[in-house]
Design a protein. Structure first.
Length: 186
Protein backbone atom coordinates (compact mmCIF):
# COMPACT_ATOMS: atom_id res chain seq x y z
CA UNK A 1 0.00 0.00 0.00
CA UNK A 2 1.11 3.50 -0.69
CA UNK A 3 1.10 6.24 1.95
CA UNK A 4 -2.08 7.65 0.43
CA UNK A 5 -3.80 4.28 0.66
CA UNK A 6 -2.78 3.99 4.35
CA UNK A 7 -4.46 7.35 5.06
CA UNK A 8 -7.85 5.83 4.17
CA UNK A 9 -7.46 2.80 6.45
CA UNK A 10 -9.01 3.59 9.83
CA UNK A 11 -6.94 2.90 12.90
CA UNK A 12 -8.44 0.93 15.78
CA UNK A 13 -9.18 4.17 17.65
CA UNK A 14 -10.79 5.99 14.73
CA UNK A 15 -12.80 2.87 13.83
CA UNK A 16 -14.18 2.70 17.39
CA UNK A 17 -15.01 6.41 17.36
CA UNK A 18 -16.76 5.84 14.06
CA UNK A 19 -18.70 2.95 15.62
CA UNK A 20 -19.76 5.18 18.52
CA UNK A 21 -20.80 7.95 16.12
CA UNK A 22 -22.76 5.48 13.99
CA UNK A 23 -24.43 4.03 17.08
CA UNK A 24 -25.33 7.53 18.30
CA UNK A 25 -26.83 8.27 14.90
CA UNK A 26 -28.91 5.06 15.07
CA UNK A 27 -30.01 6.01 18.60
CA UNK A 28 -31.13 9.46 17.44
CA UNK A 29 -32.96 7.96 14.45
CA UNK A 30 -34.75 5.46 16.71
CA UNK A 31 -35.77 8.05 19.32
CA UNK A 32 -37.07 10.36 16.61
CA UNK A 33 -38.93 7.51 14.88
CA UNK A 34 -40.82 6.55 18.05
CA UNK A 35 -41.59 10.18 18.86
CA UNK A 36 -39.62 10.53 22.07
CA UNK A 37 -36.99 13.11 21.24
CA UNK A 38 -33.81 13.61 23.21
CA UNK A 39 -31.51 16.20 24.71
CA UNK A 40 -27.75 16.16 24.79
CA UNK A 41 -26.42 15.39 28.25
CA UNK A 42 -23.63 17.14 30.11
CA UNK A 43 -20.99 14.59 29.05
CA UNK A 44 -19.71 14.08 25.50
CA UNK A 45 -21.68 11.23 23.91
CA UNK A 46 -24.55 11.44 26.41
CA UNK A 47 -28.16 11.44 25.23
CA UNK A 48 -31.06 11.98 27.62
CA UNK A 49 -34.49 10.61 26.76
CA UNK A 50 -37.73 11.05 28.74
CA UNK A 51 -39.85 7.89 28.64
CA UNK A 52 -43.55 8.47 29.41
CA UNK A 53 -44.97 6.29 32.16
CA UNK A 54 -48.25 5.36 33.76
CA UNK A 55 -47.48 5.06 37.48
CA UNK A 56 -44.47 7.33 37.35
CA UNK A 57 -45.14 10.28 35.05
CA UNK A 58 -41.82 9.96 33.26
CA UNK A 59 -38.54 8.14 33.47
CA UNK A 60 -35.44 10.08 32.52
CA UNK A 61 -32.99 7.76 30.75
CA UNK A 62 -29.35 8.63 30.17
CA UNK A 63 -27.37 6.79 27.49
CA UNK A 64 -23.65 7.50 27.38
CA UNK A 65 -22.45 6.19 24.02
CA UNK A 66 -18.77 5.26 24.19
CA UNK A 67 -16.38 3.32 22.00
CA UNK A 68 -17.23 -0.21 23.07
CA UNK A 69 -20.04 0.05 25.61
CA UNK A 70 -22.95 2.35 26.23
CA UNK A 71 -23.83 3.19 29.80
CA UNK A 72 -27.56 3.11 30.57
CA UNK A 73 -28.92 4.84 33.67
CA UNK A 74 -32.38 5.90 34.81
CA UNK A 75 -33.56 7.34 38.13
CA UNK A 76 -36.22 5.18 39.79
CA UNK A 77 -36.98 6.59 43.25
CA UNK A 78 -35.29 8.47 46.05
CA UNK A 79 -33.90 6.93 49.21
CA UNK A 80 -36.82 5.46 51.17
CA UNK A 81 -37.92 7.07 54.43
CA UNK A 82 -38.70 3.75 56.12
CA UNK A 83 -38.68 -0.02 55.80
CA UNK A 84 -35.18 -0.07 54.30
CA UNK A 85 -34.51 -3.77 54.68
CA UNK A 86 -37.71 -4.89 52.93
CA UNK A 87 -37.36 -2.12 50.33
CA UNK A 88 -33.81 -3.12 49.31
CA UNK A 89 -34.56 -6.84 49.54
CA UNK A 90 -37.42 -6.26 47.09
CA UNK A 91 -35.02 -4.52 44.69
CA UNK A 92 -32.50 -7.36 44.94
CA UNK A 93 -35.22 -9.90 44.14
CA UNK A 94 -36.35 -7.81 41.18
CA UNK A 95 -32.74 -7.82 39.92
CA UNK A 96 -33.10 -11.55 39.29
CA UNK A 97 -35.78 -10.85 36.67
CA UNK A 98 -34.19 -7.75 35.11
CA UNK A 99 -32.44 -8.71 31.84
CA UNK A 100 -29.13 -6.90 31.27
CA UNK A 101 -29.73 -4.19 33.85
CA UNK A 102 -29.80 -3.97 37.64
CA UNK A 103 -31.14 -1.77 40.38
CA UNK A 104 -28.38 0.16 42.13
CA UNK A 105 -28.15 2.91 44.73
CA UNK A 106 -25.97 6.00 44.80
CA UNK A 107 -24.19 7.47 47.83
CA UNK A 108 -27.45 9.16 48.94
CA UNK A 109 -29.40 5.88 48.75
CA UNK A 110 -31.38 6.99 45.69
CA UNK A 111 -32.32 4.09 43.39
CA UNK A 112 -31.36 3.83 39.72
CA UNK A 113 -31.56 1.21 37.01
CA UNK A 114 -28.06 0.77 35.57
CA UNK A 115 -26.33 -1.25 32.93
CA UNK A 116 -23.69 -1.42 30.24
CA UNK A 117 -24.62 -2.61 26.78
CA UNK A 118 -22.43 -3.17 23.72
CA UNK A 119 -22.38 -0.02 21.60
CA UNK A 120 -22.65 -1.97 18.31
CA UNK A 121 -25.97 -3.42 19.58
CA UNK A 122 -27.67 0.00 19.43
CA UNK A 123 -30.03 -0.94 16.62
CA UNK A 124 -33.76 -0.16 16.52
CA UNK A 125 -34.95 -3.62 17.67
CA UNK A 126 -32.47 -3.72 20.54
CA UNK A 127 -33.22 -0.13 21.58
CA UNK A 128 -36.93 -0.91 21.61
CA UNK A 129 -36.31 -3.83 23.94
CA UNK A 130 -33.86 -1.87 26.10
CA UNK A 131 -36.20 1.11 26.51
CA UNK A 132 -39.03 -1.29 27.37
CA UNK A 133 -36.99 -3.02 30.07
CA UNK A 134 -35.90 0.33 31.56
CA UNK A 135 -39.45 1.66 31.55
CA UNK A 136 -40.85 -1.52 33.09
CA UNK A 137 -38.18 -1.49 35.82
CA UNK A 138 -38.90 2.15 36.69
CA UNK A 139 -42.64 2.46 36.06
CA UNK A 140 -44.13 -0.93 36.92
CA UNK A 141 -42.32 -1.14 40.26
CA UNK A 142 -42.91 2.48 41.25
CA UNK A 143 -46.11 2.18 43.31
CA UNK A 144 -44.88 -0.94 45.08
CA UNK A 145 -41.65 0.85 46.02
CA UNK A 146 -43.56 3.94 47.16
CA UNK A 147 -45.77 1.82 49.42
CA UNK A 148 -42.75 0.01 50.88
CA UNK A 149 -40.56 3.03 51.49
CA UNK A 150 -42.92 5.98 51.98
CA UNK A 151 -46.19 4.69 53.47
CA UNK A 152 -45.77 6.72 56.66
CA UNK A 153 -45.37 9.96 54.69
CA UNK A 154 -48.33 9.08 52.49
CA UNK A 155 -50.48 8.40 55.58
CA UNK A 156 -49.60 11.83 56.97
CA UNK A 157 -50.38 13.53 53.66
CA UNK A 158 -53.66 11.60 53.34
CA UNK A 159 -54.74 12.58 56.86
CA UNK A 160 -53.80 16.21 56.25
CA UNK A 161 -55.72 16.34 52.96
CA UNK A 162 -58.80 14.59 54.37
CA UNK A 163 -58.89 16.83 57.48
CA UNK A 164 -58.89 19.94 55.29
CA UNK A 165 -61.20 18.63 52.59
CA UNK A 166 -58.38 18.72 50.02
CA UNK A 167 -58.23 16.45 47.00
CA UNK A 168 -56.65 13.05 47.54
CA UNK A 169 -56.45 12.40 43.79
CA UNK A 170 -52.64 12.12 43.75
CA UNK A 171 -52.89 9.30 46.30
CA UNK A 172 -55.70 7.33 44.59
CA UNK A 173 -53.38 4.46 43.71
CA UNK A 174 -52.87 3.92 47.45
CA UNK A 175 -56.47 4.49 48.58
CA UNK A 176 -56.79 0.82 49.58
CA UNK A 177 -53.93 1.30 52.06
CA UNK A 178 -54.74 4.81 53.24
CA UNK A 179 -58.54 4.86 53.46
CA UNK A 180 -58.34 1.76 55.67
CA UNK A 181 -56.74 4.02 58.30
CA UNK A 182 -59.81 6.29 58.17
CA UNK A 183 -62.14 3.28 58.49
CA UNK A 184 -60.18 1.96 61.50
CA UNK A 185 -60.53 5.34 63.30
CA UNK A 186 -64.30 5.52 62.66
Amino acid sequence: MTADEHADVPTGESRRQGDAAQAASRLIDYVDAVGLGYELGARPGEYVVALPGEKKLKTVLSLLVRDRTTSVSAFVIRNPDENHEVFYRTLLRKNLRLPGLAYAIDSDGDVYVRGEVPTPALEADYLDQLFGVVLAACDEAFNELLALGFLGSMRKEWAWRVSRGESTHNLDAFRHLLAADDDARS
